[in-house]
Design a protein. Sequence first.
Length: 132
Amino acid sequence: ISTDPDAPNYINNFRVNINYTGDGAAYLRVKMVHEYSVNGVSTQHPANVPYATAADWYDNRGNDYCYYYEKEVDADSNGETKTLNFITGLDDKNGEFANLADNVVIKVAVETDMVQINRYPQIWGIDHLPWK
């Protein structure tokens, strides 16, 4: 991803969809880690890039670097893959990215994690869902 508005991989064109196949109800969270590179020098950190997201996503990155899908994901047992829209662009209303140099390159790692709705305390180590 580039911060250069003229680049084909400009950050505002960045989109992420989540495809899933499963059997039964689950909760979904997504963790994103970013590596910034300027002139070949890199630094890795889970930055809170101001992404625009589709409806029903809760941004809990200030606590655990994750977005949570606020609804149960209920997959069909017939093996059909379903798609959720996630990142829909950049929401830079505060101008955080407008001040970055045009030669900054950002690499993004996206990790999805699904868990049965009754198992999130044991698997994710949280007592309650962040949006509740």
